[in-house]
Design a binder for this molecule. Sequence first.
Ligand code: ZN
Length: 89
Amino acid sequence: MIPCLTCGAPLEHPTATCAFDVPGERAPWRADYEAMARGEMSHAEHQVLVARWALHNGHLHSERALARLRSIAALSHGQPVRMFKLAGE
Ligand SMILES: [Zn+2]
């Protein structure tokens, strides 16, 4: 799989839209707190989702925050992560 050039998430195919390239109201980490409460997701996994989403929404974050988020995303570059959906979605 080809990694996204912005966040490093694996893409289904080279021209696919990255799942993390979405606005805040569709942020892929919204269901993570429920998943973590159920014990199905670690905080480290959640941080990867937040970092990847934030790199696609860089205008919402300070340069200092983006530097930290880039380092988190780099640790999982090209690796798939589990994503959860909110109940009812
Ligand atoms: Zn991406």
